[in-house]
Design a protein around this ligand. Structure first.
Ligand code: CP3
Length: 348
């Protein structure tokens, strides 16, 4: 049981309190990609598992790597260890992570290929991920929240159309041209994401984050139709089944349109990219972010100054401390610990 930094009379989760707009005991902190290759203990388990995907579908080992960062640092939440590409994999595409190169998957570029995609509910992939959720939740004490996640339709579709690493040009052309097969793909991903997130919540996820890492590729009506509308539909569908489940919307890189993301009915918080100035956030919005992951590579004094600037620009009751994007490979684990300590000092 992981129970760090808090006493027995304080069982509430600061993350869930901020998301629920209740008085939190402290500013919650977690980091995107907090489990991963920068940690030697992750590399050891990853080697034991074989491949990255073998690790994702091995509930004991995936739960173990989900918990690793909470053993090292005084964080407020664990994020399920899996990947956004579990959904296309469960839909029947072949998926492979080439060492040092990123994902390779079968392409989807026609209506026939969209129609051949399977529903994710009840697939081996989703069952294994949900087992990881259950094992992880059982190992966490009540003040630590477990976050589930999925990729947003635009970002996931961009990988499906390209067949792998993130060249979004082909997906963007299909979006501009309003190709019927592309619109159908987005709609399918909306429905599958609802089922996938609902299954994670059934298994014990207490909040979920929707990752639209490439949202910043689109503007205007394309941003509306392929980023904001699909996310709005996912949140609505999910809340029908899990009305109390908090949702964090991370539409990375959309700048001033973050206000529109914040206005999505049922969105409890928005994740903000590093470039967004937190002091310009309108009142009443709960925000997550947005330390530059590169600051963690720059080291101690930079981290200290950036943490102070961010903590000083937003009320801890409406802020979830995080990065503007995931922890980079090669980050010194000690610097991550120094960042957490600096956050605690700022508010203490
Ligand atoms: O945040 C966490 O700690 C939870 C686990 C998690 C992973 N990927 C593990 C992972 C989460 C939430 C993701 C999300 C994800 N995956 C996103 C959205 C967030 C973002 O980073 O923009 C995207 C775009 C992906 C797709 C993906 N997965 C790519 C492009 C790659 C290869 C590039 C890379 O960083 O290696 C992955 C692999 C991946 N996902 C790793 C991890 C820990 C590295 C795999 C390894 O061990 O070799």
């Amino acid at each position: 049981m992981i129970d760090k930094g808090r006493d027995a009379e304080a069982p509430r989760s600061a993350l869930l309190d901020v998301l629920g707009r209740k008085r939190a005991q402290r500013r919650p902190v977690w980091f995107m990609r907090q489990a991963g290759r920068y940690l030697p203990e992750y590399r050891a388990v990853r080697e034991k598992a074989g491949s990255f995907l073998d690790l994702c579908y091995n509930p004991d080992l995936a739960a173990e790597v989900t918990l690793q960062p909470l053993r090292r640092y005084d964080l407020d939440a664990a994020i399920l260890f899996a990947d956004i590409l579990v959904v296309p994999h469960a839909m029947g595409l072949s998926l492979h992570f080439a060492e040092g190169e990123g994902p390779i998957l079968t392409t989807v570029r026609s209506m026939a290929e969209v129609e051949a995609l399977k529903p994710v509910a009840g697939t081996h992939e989703v069952i294994q991920v949900c087992r990881t959720v259950r094992l992880t939740r059982d190992a966490l004490s009540s003040h630590l929240a477990l976050i589930g996640f999925c990729g947003a339709p635009w970002t996931v579709a961009s990988y499906m159309v390209a067949g792998g690493s993130s060249d979004r040009v082909m997906a963007k052309i299909a979006a501009y041209q309003r190709q019927p097969w592309f619109c159908a793909l987005i709609d399918r991903l909306v429905n599958e994401s609802i089922d996938y997130l609902a299954a994670q919540a059934d298994a014990g996820a207490q909040a979920v984050q929707i990752f639209d890492s490439w949202a910043g590729d689109l503007t205007g009506t394309e941003l509306e139709d392929f980023v904001l509308r699909p996310i709005t539909q996912i949140v609505a569908g999910l809340k029908k089944r899990h009305p109390e489940l908090p949702v964090i919307v991370f539409a990375r890189g959309i700048g001033s349109a973050q206000r529109r993301a914040a206005a999505i009915p049922g969105a409890n918080a928005i994740g903000l990219e590093t470039e967004f100035d937190l002091s310009e956030l309108p009142d009443g919005i709960v925000a997550q972010g947005n330390l530059d992951p590169v600051a963690l590579l720059a080291g101690g004094e930079v981290v200290e100054a950036e943490v102070r600037r961010i903590c000083g620009s937003i009320d801890p009751q409406r802020h979830i401390f995080n990065l503007g994007h995931g922890i980079r490979q090669g980050t010194d684990p000690a610097v991550v610990g120094a960042a957490v300590d600096a956050i605690r000092r700022c508010d203490g």
